[in-house]
Design a protein around this ligand. Structure first.
Ligand code: HXC
Length: 515
């Protein structure tokens, strides 16, 4: 039997839990979207969600806002668990004033961020919003500012995951951009600074909102997003997988899982993965899946800069981040986008104590005016910086080509690679034999009776002398040359040996990574 006050409370709570009401909820469902509350329940472990701020109300009076009911002020906040691990969460409720962000809405998100940071748990923010609540003016803008500030304070301390499940426009896009991982869903997610109408008015370009800022646009073209899902369920499943590879915060390591595979087992298929003809590509994914526990590789930015592969695997149960050239795309060259992708990934992993495995097959940096004008020098430098700065265990394997600056850039010994392996067919050199012979033997070739024959002979001479791993191994730049079949076993023992790695860094306010 409830008292009158308790009954009134129950009534109010029911009303608030219903969000924006039946019509708005139906509209949300018609668009193939869950409501904010449904999303929170779908993502978190059953019955684990604890809500905070359900009774928060806005204080706005302008434009008849005082007559507007806004349950929870348009955002659901609280904490719960995913696979038994604590996470904090905010989910904007589009059924309430379009999920628009006002002063109190922002304060709820900010308090949730602050709580997550205080206890060292991941923060997940689900975005579905018309942006700054126009009626609240500068108070809404101030709210965004506080959220951005908190994003920055939490950066490198707790994993921050942004999930775009509706519109996210204007300055609102910058909270996701400041977070570690951005998820988008096909057809329903949108991110842009200015929408299609403004674009058309200002530039005359006609573009649909999905082409301008949909999931595939940001996953494959802009690189703003890291994961793409086909629907909301798929998105939540990917978030759960991602979290399984991450620690709770920068003071912890990711959880190891039991592994029932023999760590000493050979991987014979790796002996034949590299084609005889060095000009022929192969799929670096085959190498990664052969090395990984259960052949599982959870990619990061799968659709962006596909000449570089990044993502998570487990080795004998331990989480390892992989950064690998993909010879199947642009011969595995380093370009602006691949450098950005890898550098960001390396820094994210270093922040969260995830060891780095670098697989190298790189013929160099991509030439051309597009790359030079776009600042390949500045972008390529990010990768050098990120690897040099990273203090987690760093193991590198050169599978085939490792030429020039790109050799150095792919976590060579010189950038602090702790253990560097090469396969017997590796070619560690300043450049390919053709290019090298044409430069250093140009006079001999020109003056020869048969220049073509001389060129072929000189290329062969250079190949025989320089295109191998033994010179680098003789200098100690490569720690060991190994058979491909032994790779998994050697990597497992290398990362095992590096578990206690400690690095004393130079005291400074912060470094100055080229941006
Ligand atoms: C107040 C808003 C709102 C907003 C939507 N609503 N956006 N109210 N402020 N920013 C309200 C609508 O009035 C409507 O209320 C309800 O939410 C649902 O919106 P609809 O327009 O009916 O929905 P839909 O047709 O799906 O269109 C969604 C939309 C559109 C594309 C997001 O609402 C829209 O363009 N909104 C404005 C977007 C915008 O320009 N925002 C400011 C961006 S600048 P009723 O009562 O009718 O149900 C910004 C700056 C951030 O955010 C700066 C940070 C530094």
């Amino acid at each position: 039997m409830l008292t009158e006050k308790q009954e009134k409370f129950e009534e109010l709570r029911e009303k608030l839990l219903a969000g924006g009401g039946e019509r708005a909820v139906a509209r949300q469902h018609e668009r193939g979207k869950m409501t904010a509350r449904e999303r929170v329940y779908a993502l978190l472990d059953d019955r684990s969600f604890v809500e905070t701020g359900l009774f928060v109300k806005h204080r706005s009076t302008e434009f008849e806002m005082d007559k507007k009911d806004a349950p929870g002020d348009g955002v659901i906040t609280g904490y719960g668990t995913i696979n038994g691990r604590l996470v904090y969460i905010s989910a904007q409720d589009f059924t309430v004033i379009g999920g628009s962000l006002g002063e109190e809405h922002a304060a709820k998100i900010a308090r949730t961020q602050e709580a997550a940071l205080k206890v060292g748990a991941p923060m997940i923010a689900i975005n579905d919003s018309g942006g700054a609540r126009i009626q609240e003016g500068v108070d809404a803008l101030a709210g965004y500012g506080r959220i951005f500030f908190n994003n920055t304070q939490a950066s490198g301390v707790i994993p921050q995951i942004s999930v775009i499940m509706g519109p996210c426009a204007g300055g609102a896009v910058y909270s996701p951009a400041l977070m570690d991982y951005v998820f988008m869903v096909d057809n329903t997610s949108e991110m842009f600074i200015t929408g299609p109408k403004v674009v058309q008015a200002v530039t005359g370009e006609e573009v649909s909102s999905q082409d301008l800022g949909g999931a595939m646009t940001h996953n494959s073209i802009s690189g703003v997003a890291h994961y793409r899902a086909t629907n909301e369920e798929d998105c939540f499943s990917q978030i759960r997988t991602l979290l399984s590879y991450l620690p709770q915060n920068n003071m912890e390591r990711p959880d190891a899982l039991p592994c029932d595979e023999d760590p000493d087992a050979k991987r014979l298929e790796l002996n034949t993965v590299i084609p005889e003809d060095p000009a022929k590509p192969y799929n670096m994914l085959d190498v990664i899946t052969a090395i990984a526990d259960r052949g599982e590789f959870f990619q990061y930015q799968e659709y962006y800069a596909t000449n570089m592969l990044t993502g998570y695997i487990r080795l004998n149960g331990e989480v390892v981040a992989v950064i690998a050239n993909q010879p199947r795309v642009m011969a595995g060259c380093l370009d602006i986008n691949a450098s950005d992708k890898a550098a960001r990934f390396v820094r994210t992993c270093d922040a969260f104590n995830i060891p780095l495995l670098t697989l190298v097959d790189v013929p160099g940096y991509l030439p051309g005016t597009q790359q030079e004008y776009g600042g390949i020098i500045r972008h390529g430098a990010k990768l050098l910086y990120a690897y040099s700065e990273a203090t987690v265990p760093k193991v590198t394997l050169i599978t085939r080509k490792a030429y020039g600056g790109a050799y150095i850039g792919m976590c060579s010994k010189h950038l602090g690679g702790d253990i560097v392996f090469a396969w017997p067919g590796a070619e560690i050199a300043v450049m390919g034999a053709d290019g090298a012979a044409n430069i250093i033997f140009s006079k001999a070739i020109r003056n020869a009776d048969d220049p073509e024959k001389e060129r072929t002979a000189k290329i062969k001479e250079y190949e025989d002398k320089m295109m191998n791993p033994y010179i680098a191994a003789a200098r100690g730049y490569v720690d060991d040359i190994i058979l491909p079949e032994d790779t998994r076993q050697r990597l497992i023992s290398s990362f095992d040996s590096l578990k206690g790695k400690r690095v004393l860094t130079v005291s400074k306010k912060h470094g100055n990574i080229p941006l």
